[in-house]
Design a protein around this ligand. Structure first.
Ligand SMILES: Cc1cc2nc3c(=O)[nH]c(=O)nc-3n(C[C@H](O)[C@H](O)[C@H](O)COP(=O)(O)OP(=O)(O)OC[C@H]3O[C@@H](n4cnc5c(N)ncnc54)[C@H](O)[C@@H]3O)c2cc1C
Length: 418
């Protein structure tokens, strides 16, 4: 079999067989026969969460149709569809998703499995848009769940541990436009004193920093047409409006970024930082992210600034975002209005992995939950202290996958223990 690596090329999947089924029956047959099996989305995770020694199933060739229900305001599509493709179809029909991650390249099932999120004090994780999903479970049977099903809140952020999500139904809304304005050199003290006002100043707000400089490099305000933006050309909390398009990483060409300079565009062309037809982010990188209750934002910022001397040399850029609380058991924002501290690292994995326990210790007092799809150190024993619903999730996994065919080394080490 050809080698399959993740997007970042720091993981080579160890699967004995790689499948691209085109029908539900094919998925059911592969899963029923497999001893060890996993789903691979678009491979944008930075760890071995998606790996298996057995059969790795990609849904990239699987039923790309998206079915719109205008009355129910939902769309149903294959779990393998990417947000970029789904978004273009929705936009053509006059509809939108409430939010996107920083890139539209990722698959819907892969994103919801890890509670991937964008930014915005009132915006929940992308998984919160899920109104229903169909899984092929270990026996090869299908299981359809909707918001009224008792297992639903446990199954959406499923970490790939419960089955292959072949179909997802997402909430949609009428299309809307967004204008993005970038401001530079926001003082740290201003952020600390006005954290809620700054992060709540637009529909979606992102702050970019390398932690070591005297100011926050960039503030990205993404405002819907219905909301008010600061007056063009005026400062934002003392930060200066950028007069040209910016990339979050200093010195990198901004051509991969979606439109800025306050020029409104469709949601699909603005909510992600990066354009579908370009390599997102820095491209040659690793990532980690820690999500913690927003009430601790200022203290967590102080703790990270104290480590700036160790963080900055390994960093391309870091991003601070807010995420609204949801009720999905393994969501990093489960029942907590949250703030996420994201790190885009240089490809220096041993050095990054040596720093992660130090970062995690500094953020431990704030109950920081690591992003499931990125690099982190925390082991199952510590993870168990962060998720009150973990025992219920373990029971659900035992019920749907009693032979543990969806379990891999990563899940054992970081989630199930043992
Ligand atoms: C450049 C870049 C930018 C990013 N930006 C953000 C961001 O803004 N916000 C954020 O939160 N994260 C971000 N991420 C992380 C990314 O969103 C997550 O890692 C996400 O899980 C990737 O989706 P994927 O389709 O590539 O999933 P994969 O990495 O392929 O898989 C992730 C998990 O999903 C499971 N899975 C995939 N498909 C299925 C399926 N059909 N059924 C069941 N389980 C399935 C896998 O088994 C695995 O457990 C970024 C990553 C990159 C590379």
């Amino acid at each position: 079999m050809p080698h399959h690596t993740n997007w970042a090329r720091n993981v080579e999947y160890s699967a004995a067989r790689f499948h691209r089924p085109t029908s539900l029956d094919e998925v059911k047959e592969i899963v029923a026969k497999a001893k060890a099996v996993s789903a691979l989305g678009s491979g944008h995770s930075f760890n071995t969460l998606a790996d298996t020694p057995g059969d790795l199933i990609s849904l990239e060739a699987f039923n790309p149709e998206a079915v719109l229900d205008r009355e129910a305001r939902t769309v149903t599509a294959s779990g393998g569809i990417r947000y970029g493709e789904l978004g273009a179809r929705l936009q053509a029909e006059g509809f939108a998703l409430a939010n996107l991650a920083s890139l539209p390249h990722i698959s819907v099932a892969g994103a919801i499995a890890t509670a991937t999120h964008g930014s915005g004090c009132a915006n929940r994780s992308l998984a919160s848009a899920v109104a229903g999903l169909t899984l092929v479970t270990a026996s090869g049977e299908t299981l359809a769940l909707t918001r009224t099903s008792p297992d639903f809140a446990g199954a959406v952020v499923g970490l790939g541990a419960l089955g292959i999500v072949t179909s997802v139904t997402l909430d949609i809304e009428p299309t809307f436009t967004v204008a993005v304005s970038v401001y530079e050199e926001l003082a740290w003290d201003t952020l600390l004193n006005h954290f809620d006002a700054i992060t709540g100043a637009a529909y979606s707000v992102s702050l970019f920093t390398n932690w070591a400089r005297d100011t926050i490099d960039q503030v990205w305000l993404k405002q819907r047409s219905s909301g008010a933006l600061p007056v063009a050309g005026q400062r934002f909390h003392g930060a200066v409006p950028a007069r040209v398009q910016r990339h979050p990483v200093r010195g990198v060409s901004p051509e991969a970024c979606t439109g800025q300079l306050g020029i409104a565009g469709h949601w699909i062309d603005r909510l992600s930082h990066f354009r579908l037809d370009f390599t997102p982010s820095q491209g040659d990188e690793l990532q980690s992210e820690y999500i913690l209750p927003r009430a601790h934002a200022a203290e967590a910022i102080q703790a990270l600034r104290a480590l700036a001397g160790r963080i900055a040399p390994l960093l391309h850029i870091a991003e601070i975002r807010t995420i609204a609380a949801d009720g999905l058991w393994l969501s990093m924002a489960y029942r907590e209005a949250s703030v996420g501290f994201h790190f885009t690292w240089k490809r220096l994995q041993p050095e990054v992995e040596a720093l992660l326990p130090i970062l995690e210790e500094a953020l431990a007092p704030f109950r920081a939950r690591p992003h499931w799809g990125k690099l982190f150190h925390a082991q199952a024993g510590h993870i168990a202290t962060l998720y009150e619903k973990l025992p219920a999730f373990v029971s659900l996994a035992e019920r749907l996958d009693p032979g543990h065919k969806f379990r891999n080394d990563f899940l054992t080490r970081h989630v199930f223990g043992g």
